[in-house]
Design a protein around this ligand. Sequence first.
Ligand SMILES: [Zn+2]
Length: 91
Amino acid sequence: MTDVTTSPVHTDPMLDGEHERMSHIVLEGVKVSDEEFVSAGPSVAEGIVNGTPVKALCGKVWIPGRDPKRYPLCPTCKEIAESMGWKVPAG
Ligand SMILES: [Zn+2]
């Protein structure tokens, strides 16, 4: 039996002063096997280095900051991740 592994990332939005301070989950890709990784979009690390926007499960798009802090997990992201059976990062 092969398990499909997802890589949700617990990261923080760059605050724009309007948005609530929450952490969102970014799905970077799905590991299909040891050799095969299907990318779902720009990774958080890429976003930090290149200023590439990443997209959270809830649809929020932002450029990840370098200095993530602990904020409560976005309920929408959490709900989606749980409904998909993905591991939810500890918030
Ligand atoms: Zn979210």
